[in-house]
Design a binder for this molecule. Structure first.
Ligand code: PBG
Length: 330
């Protein structure tokens, strides 16, 4: 009897037999130019403070921030997303520091744009790094995160970031209607060229823990379930994407990335806007922690996760491994 294997006409392994052939048929690529580095800035000079739960990530004073941007540019990463650290004594219930003219976030934006005009500077827009309660919006006497009055603060914060020279504002607060409100304010003040990258599909997640260590921004009461998405839901995430697109977002973001690749793929299908993925702090911490123990090959895992985010449909990726990945690719 003939060996049925010898009659095989379809042998997909033929296309995998050499590096040259595999390169020809590779469907997705990862480039340093797809990466955005999230960076934490703090007040002071010559300060580079380690974030314990995020190895290789530091809170940087502006002088060190500029050095970091220079290193990123050298390896081909030309976009950053800025977060500013607010010392406890400057935090209050209404996030006054978030909109103070000349605050640290604005100083950092102008310093980077002055020294590296070609770099795309994004500024994270949300109140949690500035509020003493750690929530992304204003809180009423019942502990509810109030939507509409929060929008006014987010708009002012966005306007200040635009005045400081930022290219793209990135609202990460998940309040309803913030994209439309921010667009309107920016346009009315002549900032029609400033883009909005909306954290459209942002889930409630324990993967944000190390980020909250970095900014001392963990909520002091309750949780973020009344504004961030329930990880059980996908249609709701797509609704958020549609609404943000209608409201005028220029780019949509999905986060965390690794646990929501399906949402990246679905968002890619329903929207023609660029889609970003955010490999968040807990994802980075897991890769680093297992890597340090020798349980996984950290560099390969980093590149593999980023490539798979691209395959899922992400045009660009925010990752704490931006510099490392770019070096590995280079
Ligand atoms: C704040 C914000 C968070 C992240 C980005 N912007 C934390 C949160 O919503 O609690 C998480 C990023 C990360 O974990 O790397 N609005």
């Amino acid at each position: 009897m003939a060996n049925p294997l010898l009659t095989l006409t379809r042998r997909p392994r033929r296309n995998r037999q050499s590096h040259a052939i595999r390169s020809l048929v590779q469907e997705t690529h990862l480039f340093p130019s797809c990466l955005v580095a999230p960076l934490f800035v703090q007040e002071g000079e010559k300060l580079k403070t380690a974030v314990t739960s995020m190895p290789e990530v530091f809170r940087l004073s502006i002088d060190h921030l500029l050095k970091e941007v220079e290193e990123l540019v050298q390896v081909g990463v030309s976009a950053i997303n800025l977060f500013s650290y607010t010392p406890e004594h400057k935090k209050d219930a209404t996030a006054t520091e978030a909109t103070r003219p000349g605050n640290l976030l604005q100083q950092a934006i102008s310093a980077v744009k002055k020294n590296f005009p070609a770099v795309c500077v994004m500024a994270d827009i949300a109140l949690d790094p500035f509020t003493d309660h750690g929530h992304d919006g204003l809180v009423d006497e019942d502990g509810y995160i109030v939507n509409d009055s929060t929008l006014e603060v987010l708009c002012e914060m966005s306007l200040r970031a635009a005045e400081a020279g930022c290219d793209i504002v990135s609202p990460s607060d998940m309040m309803d209607g913030r994209v439309a409100a921010i667009r309107q304010v920016l346009d009315s003040q002549g900032f029609t060229q400033v883009g909005i990258m909306s954290y459209a599909a942002k889930y409630v997640s324990s993967f944000y823990g190390p980020f909250r260590d970095a900014l001392d921004s963990a909520p002091k009461f309750g949780d973020k379930k009344s504004y961030q998405l329930n990880p059980a839901n996908s249609r709701e995430a797509l609704l958020e994407c549609q609404l943000d697109e209608q409201e005028g977002a220029d780019m949509l973001l999905v986060k965390p990335a690794i646990s929501n690749l399906d949402i990246i793929a679905k968002a890619r299908e329903i929207s023609c806007l660029p889609i970003g993925a955010y490999q968040v702090s807990g994802e980075w911490a897991m890769i680093k922690a297992a890597g340090e123990r020798g349980w996984i090959k950290e560099d390969q895992v980093l590149l593999e996760t980023l490539l798979c985010m691209r395959r899922a449909g992400a045009d660009f990726i925010l990752t704490y491994g931006a510099k490392k990945a770019a070096k590995l690719l280079g």
